[in-house]
Design a binder for this molecule. Structure first.
Ligand code: ADP
Length: 262
């Protein structure tokens, strides 16, 4: 059964937004400005990749926009909610109810089955998954015959599919991926990226992914490039070659091979 995509793209809705976002670590001589007045929109029902040389602020941006980390100044909005000023409890609830995460490490609980892992965050929150949506998500990631398996009985690619289904289960307003294919071989990685892309194209979800792999970034609708804590470029409709070219120009003469840190 298909679930109609949301029409957010048509209305130009924004799933999350950073405004003049600045994050400074430490102080004095060891002070690091990880984000320097970053302003960026993450449009609803779009797949955005964040790229940039190592240390450019990609993870910090993702963590601040996802409400996982605090920031020094500026503002972040998820949907209509401004994050600064939210207490810990409301921030936790916002993340739980409106944000999905897929990390490089699959972070599944070993004693639970795939099905139990997928619904765990909702079970903890005391929410019931919409059964039609859950069926759609599980069949999209092709886990139908593996639902009773435990993580140790699944390949890395299958475990990450469980993590993708878990991130999507509550139909969150936005899903963040932090190098979600970093632990997978290229075939399993391509599958996971295909699922993330389909969740956007077919189900109307919003995905923001940090990656250093130009091939992974080419699955996105657009790529934001960071350098020295600033947004320095944006590429709509990226191809892997075009992404690689921009990365080369940002990294100077640093080698830019697939699978290696730039
Ligand atoms: P990227 O994800 O692009 O590799 P990061 O967001 O991890 O970049 O880091 C941006 C900058 O902030 C880097 O200079 C990094 O060393 C610094 N940084 C990140 N986390 C911390 C931290 N907890 N304490 C101090 N500096 C940090």
């Amino acid at each position: 059964m298909t679930v109609p995509a949301r029409s957010a793209t048509a209305t130009g809705a924004v799933a999350a937004r950073a405004d003049n976002l600045t994050k400074v670590y430490g102080g004095g001589e060891t002070q690091v400005v990880a984000l320097d007045q970053v302003t960026a929109d993450f449009p609803a029902s779009r797949f955005t990749a964040i790229m940039g040389p190592s240390g450019s602020g990609k993870s910090t941006l993702m963590h601040c926009v996802a409400g996982l980390d605090d920031f020094t100044s500026g503002s972040v909005r998820i949907g209509d909610t401004e994050l600064s000023g939210l207490g810990d409890k409301r921030l936790t609830r916002l993340r739980r109810d409106h944000v999905g995460f897929v990390f490089q490490a699959f972070n599944l609980l070993p004693t639970l089955t795939a099905a139990e892992n997928i619904t765990l965050p909702m079970d903890i929150a005391g929410r019931r998954p919409d059964p039609e949506w859950l069926d759609t998500v599980i069949s999209m990631v092709g886990l139908g015959d593996r639902l009773r398996h435990r993580p140790a009985q699944l390949s890395g690619g299958q475990q990450q599919r469980v993590a993708v289904a878990r991130a999507l289960a509550s139909r969150p307003g936005i899903v963040f991926g932090d190098e979600p294919t970093g632990n997978l071989d290229s075939r399993a990685g391509a599958e996971v990226l295909g699922f993330l892309r389909n969740s956007v194209r077919e189900l109307g979800q919003t995905v923001v992914m940090v990656t250093h792999d130009p091939v992974a970034a080419s699955y996105a609708d657009r790529v934001l490039f960071l350098a020295d804590g600033r947004v320095v470029d944006e590429l709509p409709g990226p191809t892997a070659d075009a992404v690689l070219d921009r990365m080369r120009s940002l990294s100077g003469d640093a080698p830019a091979f697939r699978g290696h840190r730039l």
